[in-house]
Design a protein around this ligand. Structure first.
Ligand SMILES: [Zn+2]
Length: 229
């Protein structure tokens, strides 16, 4: 079978060429054309029904032991005998539609997932992730529905996020900032009297009220930032 392959990327070209040049692939294409009553070049009347097409493509895919990423390759060859970049990707972004979050139906609640195949490389996955990020907010057109890349910098000088959460919880229990600070000082591993704040000794886990206050504020804002819809 003489199939035209117009694929720029050499890796993708190899993935595709090594499959479509198999003898059983050619036989499967003939089976598909015959069962779907397709003759090339196509005319308007040659298009089979959508569900029939899907069913038969799936039969061929299984006969050939191919991953789902080759579905569009089968379709491209059946109808055009020609493959382009658009017909193949070893990894792709897909989604399930779960309706909307709100009763007005404004904010979509879709589950996105990345479909992998044995031909997948790291960069293909990164590309799908980027595509996911780019379209949130852009295609959706809703500024509330955006991708937020959560960066939490680890800084030994600063109290950890776990501390922030503990202080936040303490505040929920109506414990005063002064009492939280006192409790932190009581639990400091350095028992002798020592300076706190900027000049505190190594290993000191004392925190002053203003640090705790700030920590609780950061934690509160974080809770709202993680909302991605
Ligand atoms: Zn201390």
């Amino acid at each position: 079978m003489d199939i035209e392959i117009n694929i720029e990327d050499d890796r993708h070209f190899i993935d595709v060429a090594s499959i479509v040049d198999r003898e059983d692939f050619g036989k499967e294409i003939q089976r598909l054309r015959s069962v779907l009553r397709i003759k090339l070049p196509l005319t308007d009347t040659d298009f089979p029904k959508e569900d029939e097409l899907e069913r038969e493509i799936e039969v061929s895919r299984k006969n050939l032991f191919l991953s789902v990423t080759f579905k569009s390759i089968l379709e491209a060859v059946v109808f055009r005998n020609r493959i382009t970049d658009k017909d193949y990707s070893p990894v792709y972004l897909d989604k399930l539609q779960n309706g909307t979050f709100d009763k007005e139906g404004r904010t979509p609640d879709d589950t996105y997932f990345i479909v992998l195949s044995p031909e997948a490389r790291d960069e293909d996955v990164i590309k799908a992730l980027q595509q996911y990020r780019d379209q949130l907010g852009n295609v959706k057109g809703s500024k509330d529905y955006r991708y937020i890349h959560q960066v939490w910098e680890k800084n030994k000088q600063k109290p950890s996020i776990k501390k922030y959460r503990k202080w936040y919880m303490d505040r929920k229990k109506d414990i005063s900032f002064a009492d939280i600070a006192l409790s932190e000082t009581e639990h400091c591993l350095i028992k002798e009297t020592h300076p706190t704040g900027k000049n505190k000794p190594k290993g000191c886990t004392c925190y002053d009220e203003s640090t705790i206050r700030k920590g609780v504020e950061i934690y509160e804002s974080l809770i709202w930032k993680t909302r991605t819809f």
